[in-house]
Write a new protein. Structure first.
Length: 209
């Protein structure tokens, strides 16, 4: 979980912007979602520029202006059903630094269609360890990884909507802190979470990372 302490997102009206849904989304609703996303990005950029805890190296903050983002795309704002596993497997999520091992469960998965391709994402439950509390972890790669976006994959914070429904908004996909500085160790997404499509939504790569 990365940015809940940056900005509490405005209350989201529970409507689906998936291409394969029949609901008609008004232009006004899309504009509202876009404004919320842009405000969130502006707040994040400001804090990355000025906060003591910023992952941007101290020597770069004076010239830091903003992170790099794709344009907002409502088609990547998805409401998905989480399919929990009846008997979750115990696994270990590795960090980017040697010895960083995080106990976890293979908790469930999301599945959706994009460009006539089936996309499946494993949802991992990171178990309590050290100073970290239990939380759901969704990290992924896609066809832009290592090209337009961070090679180590991106994360999405999940918003529960009840009855195993979650808002999975790729416009908020973000880089782990190790994308900005090598001093961090970041959870590596499971190998299964390599999407066969290009997700041109959310954050792009930072600098040469």
């Amino acid at each position: 979980m990365r940015r809940w302490f940056i900005l509490v997102l405005a209350t989201v009206v529970v409507l689906t912007a998936c291409r394969n849904k029949q609901n008609t989304i008004s232009e006004a609703q899309v504009e509202q979602w876009k404004k919320q996303c842009l405000a969130y990005r502006a707040e994040t950029d400001s804090l990355f520029r000025t906060a003591d805890w910023s992952p941007i190296p101290a020597g770069q903050r004076a010239t830091f202006k903003h992170l790099n983002y794709y344009d907002y795309d409502p088609d990547w704002r998805l409401i998905l059903t989480l399919h929990p596993y009846s008997h979750p497997d115990s696994i270990t999520i590795m960090g980017t630094k040697s010895g960083d091992l995080r106990p976890a469960l293979r908790y469930g998965y999301f599945e959706f269609k994009r460009d006539s391709k089936t996309c499946k994402l494993e949802v991992i439950k990171i178990l309590p360890h050290g100073k970290y509390k239990a939380h759901l972890f969704l990290g992924f790669w896609d066809e832009t990884s290592g090209k337009e976006t961070y090679a180590g994959g991106r994360y999405i914070d999940l918003k529960p909507l009840g009855k195993n429904k979650y808002l999975v908004d790729f416009n908020y996909a973000y880089n782990p802190y190790c994308a900005y500085s090598h001093r961090y160790s970041c959870a590596i997404p499971p190998m299964e979470n390599r999407l066969p499509v290009a997700v041109r939504a959310g954050e792009k790569k930072y600098g040469d990372h």
